[in-house]
Design a protein around this ligand. Sequence first.
Ligand code: SF4
Ligand code: SF4
Length: 236
Amino acid sequence: MNDVNYDILNTKKLYRKIFNNIHSSMPELFNKLKPSCKNCKKNNICKIDKSNPFQTFEKNCNLKLWKQNIINALENDLSKDILYKLKEIEKDKELFICNRCTICCKFATSEFNYETLKEKAQNGDKFSKQFVSLFIPYNNIDEAKKAYPDYVKMLEENLDDINNVYFYYCKKLNENGLCSDYNNRLQICRDFPNNPLVLLPKCCGYKEWKEKHHIEALLSHATLEIIEFYIKKLKN
Ligand code: SF4
Ligand code: SF4
């Protein structure tokens, strides 16, 4: 197994574990946010399952507030804490520098083909706009493989259909394989890697930053995914 393969499998396994841990801790949090039952007139005949905040409560039932309490806690407290944490991680990246190995310029992947990316750019998608202004597709997978063999090999071994992945390189690379306009590079170049979950080559100057924040980023992203799921469920 090459390093890229190991990195991806490990991340997936860890993410699943972290996701399941957070998910199983949610009922305890929901319980803490439960308003007290007022013991209303219907108390003797009340059939409400008081452990389930996702049901429809009757108009005068005090537990009706439960859903809103949870939504407030998820949206206002938990999400804000996590977004703050992610900002801190991003800020810490400033302590590391790009060593200009240019691997990320020679090799970028997307789930979208070039035509779709151009369409997205025309429709105002900022990232696509910058991306298509710099990146052009490799003619075939063998060309892409030369730029980052381990990564392509990992995709070949793990994906059912590698034809759904598109490989690109930057047209601003000069004949020496270096950026010909480094001082004027666009924001997407300056932002890369935009989170510690991005797969990075060993030579990348941000590898240490990625390793330092990998778990925190997994934790944050898993929590945000769970929050999004519950908010949708509660608002439906
Ligand atoms: S503009 Fe320069 S830094 Fe940006 S992707 Fe292209 S070669 Fe890399
Ligand atoms: S892979 Fe990392 S070190 Fe290399 S050019 Fe990209 S950001 Fe810089």
